[in-house]
Design a protein around this ligand. Structure first.
Ligand SMILES: NC(=O)c1ccc[n+]([C@@H]2O[C@H](COP(=O)([O-])OP(=O)(O)OC[C@H]3O[C@@H](n4cnc5c(N)ncnc54)[C@H](O)[C@@H]3O)[C@@H](O)[C@H]2O)c1
Length: 370
């Protein structure tokens, strides 16, 4: 494996709209429709803005590899396989999850407005990226939602009590809409850290926090290379048996209930594809007899935030607030990208059909803004 890590070079930086234009250009050159390229760019740049670089533009090389493997399919749409009114089974056809997820949420929101609630089982989507994006889409339409996601056939995480990788980083998300304010969005991998965060640390030549990884012998380690160089180790679930239990339910709801695939010997992925299944429960708050719901929510938030601060803590935050703060800072100062990640994106852009001249213009701009 080539070591593309570049720890001694300066960070690059791009304004969100310029990075968005670069991502659109990359996928349009690869053959995506303008709408598809825009939805992918919307999602990846929003993940970077939120501070989740693990699910931002750094995913482009992996998507390019998956396209090269003929696994990721361009210009596919979410297809309703079974319509049971408030329960929809939707297939992503291995198209961009950024498109299938968007379209599945549009369908689910429309049904939830009609029936009060809708369960959308989306299966066979290529990487759905930052799941908070889907919670935010539902919240923007006034809906509360929660989402259980599995990563079919891509084991990275050891079961509680186990010593090798058996299932994916299976994220969970729940979003609560607020009148005239950004929603509360809880969104995390059920592994102690997201796999992409080991990639970011590896690219930067940094270690990860303790209690997140084991090596190939099942021993604790802080070296992210155990996830990127053989012999492979594994991520640990967060919060011991509790995080493990939630990961199991993400696998069952996201992979089995949706009619998709779970991870086992017969489904192990041998390509660069990342295939997500997602069960989304979308609820219209108007359907409840809860006229005081927003006031009760805000009263709780104020109450929780009034807690005296623990030693060393700066403030009490609600889920979603760290992302909003990072978003504001990055909109003002631009999005930082480490040089190794930038190089990997540029290599992928070239492979996908952009010219060195076009790539060079974005690279020059990113160096100038740093
Ligand atoms: N598509 C996939 O297959 C896949 C797989 C795994 C993870 N992911 C994505 O990876 C991303 C990163 O996951 P992660 O596990 O690294 O997230 P994380 O550990 O950074 O946790 C993020 C969540 O915790 C909240 N939070 C953080 N600090 C807080 C504080 N001080 N007070 C209150 N709330 C706080 C955030 O608002 C957010 O909801 C997520 O967006 C997830 O959806 C996707």
């Amino acid at each position: 494996m080539t070591d593309t890590r570049a720890t001694d070079q300066p960070e690059l930086r791009l304004q969100a709209d310029e990075l968005h234009a670069y991502v659109c250009a990359i996928w349009e050159r690869a053959g995506s429709s303008a709408r598809e390229a825009r939805l992918v760019a919307d999602h990846l740049v929003a993940a970077n803005l939120a501070g989740h670089d693990s699910h931002g533009v750094g995913m482009i090389p992996r998507y390019a590899d998956s396209l090269h493997d003929n696994e990721l399919k361009l210009n596919r749409h979410a297809e309703i396989i079974r319509d049971a009114g408030a329960v929809l089974t939707v297939d992503g056809g291995k198209g961009f999850g950024q498109v299938a997820g968007f379209e599945a949420m549009e369908l689910g929101v429309e049904r939830a407005k009609r029936h009060g609630i809708c369960a959308v089982g989306l299966r066979g989507a290529h990487h759905l990226g930052r799941i908070g994006h889907w919670g935010e889409q539902c919240a923007a339409a006034g809906m509360a939602s929660f989402h259980f996601v599995n990563v079919a056939g891509d084991p990275l995480v050891a079961p509680f009590g186990g010593a090798d990788r058996r299932f994916g980083t299976n994220p969970f998300c729940a979003a609560y809409p607020r009148d005239g304010k950004p929603p509360f969005v809880l969104d995390f991998a059920t592994s102690a850290i997201a796999y992409g965060k080991t990639r970011v640390a590896y690219n930067k030549g940094k270690t990860v926090p303790a209690d997140c990884l084991i090596d190939a012998e099942g021993r604790p380690t802080i070296e992210p290379k155990v996830m990127h160089e053989t012999p492979f180790g594994a991520l640990l679930p967060f919060a011991a048996h509790k995080g493990y239990g939630l990961a199991v339910l993400c696998e069952l709801f996201g992979g089995a209930l949706t009619g998709g695939l779970t991870t086992h010997a017969a489904t192990l992925e041998t390509t660069n594809a990342i295939v997500n299944g997602m069960l989304s429960i979308i609820i219209d708050p108007q359907a409840f007899d809860a006229h005081d719901g927003q006031a009760q929510a805000e009263a709780f938030v104020a109450w929780a935030k009034a807690s005296p601060l623990a030693a060393g803590a700066g403030q009490v935050l609600m889920p979603g607030e760290p992302e909003l703060a990072t978003q504001a800072a990055r909109r003002a100062q631009g999005i930082p990208i480490d040089p190794a990640t930038w190089q990997q994106i540029s290599d992928a852009a070239l492979e996908l059909g952009m010219t060195t001249g076009e790539i060079g213009r974005y690279s020059e701009s990113a160096r100038r803004s740093a």
